[in-house]
Ligand binder design. Structure first.
Ligand SMILES: Cc1cc2nc3c(=O)[nH]c(=O)nc-3n(C[C@H](O)[C@H](O)[C@H](O)COP(=O)(O)OP(=O)(O)OC[C@H]3O[C@@H](n4cnc5c(N)ncnc54)[C@H](O)[C@@H]3O)c2cc1C
Length: 455
């Protein structure tokens, strides 16, 4: 065999797995067809957050007047922002590549696919490996509607030659609401068009309601329970046509309507690797596919599509296979954030999920953050704890508001450790902060869920 381990895909999951395995002494090959660092570094988390931060400056410049500053805000230079972002992304992508070189892996800048269960075609070369890891991630998909090709996907949004004046974002998952916020903060008129009654399906209901209010306060026009029937070009402009001939005329249509695992044309059948209806590689708790020596990690398994999960899986798999330290990654209590404006962050169960298990005490607070008592900006924060009534364990923490992702990372440790409401209560707050609200929530807002019938 040419390699002990061959990793297909040089994204968050693949790079971590390859370099840790090489560090344990394995002979490792890794193929990447597009960009080292994958989605997160190039067209995901990192450039997205830089664009969110660009938008925040505009709001802060406006807020400053309430604090006595006289700031004259000039126009925003989109091309300058994108050039600066590209330099940073280039630097980071280079670091990912050099990490692999330094770890002693053999890198291939090309596409890889299976010829059989141990043999790969890597850019025209036949290579064999004892074990193979599929870490090919996923890609954005357009919701199927006539004229869909007239719209862009998130990969394109990072390379737009100029900022559109008006944007229609289709979808209401985290990428949709993040980009709606980015475009609005940079001065565009934004329409958010989505099928659900509220954005962020699957998140806590109070959080979804608070986010909808925040998006409206940011000036974004929400079109819930709406689906366009077709999209038409009108010269450079685009028209979304809805039932009853209602239309939205816009400069740019942005499909944030989901992602699909990247498993097409990879020869998975020839290798005996099973996929599910969505095209995701099916894995067991050890990240093993239906073929015992072939594994899959990260977004290609379509379970919890987040960078820290992908890297943790890559690391755990390399340690398990070559480091003599077999371990699994728990997908419970994984904290996550949505970089909307303001952001959302959450860990653990939603009230709706927790209530299915039994009675829960729910604590909710909504307030105007201190900064905005002077800035005059209509911005509210919402914080919430969901507590199991019987054990008093905190099952879920949810927040919409400035710094929510930074706050939630610390709370996640408490939830992972099994903290109770009493543990939160005996923790002294830091004053004056928004975060202290999480340890001073004394009045129960309501009880939810039903007592389980005796078994
Ligand atoms: C717009 C956007 C924003 C996001 N924001 C966040 C965020 O804020 N926080 C967060 O945690 N997550 C975020 N994510 C999700 C995050 O990017 C993914 O969870 C993460 O990148 C998954 O890593 P991965 O290694 O599994 O896949 P990827 O990073 O997609 O890497 C897969 C790599 O495999 C390569 N590849 C595919 N097929 C082949 C082949 N046959 N041969 C060779 N190479 C191949 C691809 O080119 C790619 O580089 C975001 C995603 C998007 C799209």
């Amino acid at each position: 065999m040419d390699f002990d381990l061959f990793v297909i895909g040089g994204g968050s999951a693949g790079v971590r797995c390859a370099r840790i395995a090489a560090g344990h002494g394995a002979r490792v090959g890794v193929a990447e067809e597009r960009f080292w660092g994958g989605t997160c570094v190039n067209v995901g988390c990192v450039p997205k957050k830089l664009l969110v931060q660009a938008g925040e400056y505009g709001g802060w410049a406006d807020d400053a007047a309430g604090f006595g500053w006289e700031i004259h805000k000039g126009p925003h230079d989109w091309a300058k922002l994108i050039a600066a972002k590209d330099r940073e992304i280039g630097r980071l992508s280079g670091i990912y590549r050099s990490l692999l070189d330094r770890a002693g892996t053999q890198v291939f800048e090309t596409r890889a696919r299976f010829l059989d269960a141990h043999t790969l075609d890597v850019g025209g070369k036949r290579l064999t490996a004892e074990r193979i890891v599929i870490a090919t991630g996923g890609h954005p998909v357009r919701f199927p509607v006539p004229g869909a090709e007239l719209g862009i996907i998130s990969d394109d949004a990072f390379y737009l030659p100029r900022m559109p004046k008006r944007v229609a974002v289709l979808g209401s998952g985290y990428i949709a609401v993040e980009f709606a916020g980015i475009f609005a903060a940079l001065g565009a008129e934004v329409d958010l068009v989505f099928r659900q009654p509220l954005p962020l399906r699957g998140f806590d209901h109070d959080l979804r309601e608070s986010l909808a209010e925040a998006l409206i306060a940011q000036g974004i026009a929400l079109h819930p329970s709406s689906l366009p029937q077709r999209i038409e070009a009108d010269g450079e402009r685009r028209r979304l046509i809805f039932a009853g001939d209602r239309t939205i005329s816009t400069d740019l249509v942005f499909f944030a309507t989901g992602r699909r695992p990247a498993t097409a044309a990879m020869g998975l059948e020839a290798a005996g690797v099973a996929t599910d209806a969505a095209g995701a590689v099916v894995v067991d708790e050890h990240l093993r596919s239906s073929q015992p020596h072939i594994f899959a990690i990260g977004d290609v398994t379509n379970r919890l599509n987040l960078t820290p999960v992908a890297t943790a899986e890559g690391h755990a798999l390399a340690d398990s296979l070559f480091g003599g330290r077999p371990r699994r990654i728990s997908l419970e209590n994984v904290p996550t954030a949505v970089f909307s404006t303001p952001p959302v962050a959450t860990v653990g169960l939603t009230e709706e999920q927790a209530a299915l298990r039994g009675p829960v005490d729910v604590y909710v607070t909504r307030f105007t953050p201190m900064r905005h008592t002077l800035s005059g900006r209509a911005r509210k924060s919402m914080m919430k704890l969901v507590v199991d009534q019987a054990t008093q364990r905190v099952l879920g923490a949810h927040m919409l508001g400035e710094d929510a992702p930074e706050i939630m990372q610390g709370l996640a440790i408490a939830l992972v450790m099994g903290a109770t409401k009493a543990d939160f209560d005996r923790t002294i707050g830091i004053h004056p902060t928004a975060a202290e609200e999480f340890v001073t929530l004394r009045t129960r807002t309501r009880v939810a869920g039903v007592a389980k019938a005796a078994e």
